[in-house]
Design a protein around this ligand. Structure first.
Ligand code: URA
Length: 195
């Protein structure tokens, strides 16, 4: 079982989970991170977006996807007509990691599973390989399955797409534009699923 499972509270509602996650010491990341960045959004959200791990902006502010990747995400969400406030947004790993600290996806997995159980989203959208593999294991290949909707034990509809940071890192303008178009198309599909 995930190391974090011993930090799970008796109540599995989101506020109790978020409070308990503040005290999580299941992996070494808590030692140097400023705070736990738990997921946020309504318990009734139909869509759960799962990123990788908070960056330094999120570490400072305590909320997921606020930095450059979050701004790009917000822009594309707005373009496809998804309201971020209506989504549950979280990360596979809840603490910021300094370079070389690793990602601790397995240690943290109990939190992600508890969030899925509390929200019961109709659709889970994983941003990037780390989030996808947190659910489906290291064999999952995002470049083969990106944009496809699967039924999984966690949600009737489950999709992997690009991580916005991957777009930001692309030096070549043409590949960046192409990747962004795919990212947008994937999120448009999410918006349509909800209609
Ligand atoms: N990248 C992520 O994967 N998650 C965040 O919250 C911010 C950046």
């Amino acid at each position: 079982p995930s190391e974090a499972s011993r930090y799970l509270p008796a109540s599995r509602e989101l506020p109790a989970l978020a409070a308990a996650a503040k005290e999580c010491r299941a992996c070494p990341l808590h030692e140097r991170a400023s705070r736990t960045v738990f997921g946020e959004g309504p318990a009734t959200a139909q869509v759960m977006l799962v990123g990788e791990q908070p960056g330094d902006t999120e570490d400072r502010e305590g909320r997921p996807f606020l930095g450059p990747a979050g701004q790009l995400l917000d822009e594309v969400l707005e373009q496809v007509g998804l309201r971020r406030e209506a989504l549950y947004v979280t990360n596979a790993v809840k603490h910021f990691g300094w370079t070389g600290e690793g990602r601790e996806v397995l240690a943290c997995k109990a939190w992600l599973e508890a969030e899925v159980s509390a929200v019961k989203p109709r659709m889970i959208v994983c941003l990037g390989a780390t989030a996808s593999q947190a659910f489906l294991g290291p064999g999952f290949r995002i470049n083969l399955s990106r944009g496809q909707v699967f039924e999984t034990p966690w949600a009737k509809a489950w999709m992997a797409t690009f991580h916005p940071s991957a777009l930001l890192r692309m030096p070549d303008e043409r590949s960046r534009a192409e990747t962004r178009a795919h990212f947008e198309a994937d999120l448009r599909k999410v918006a349509e699923t909800l209609r």
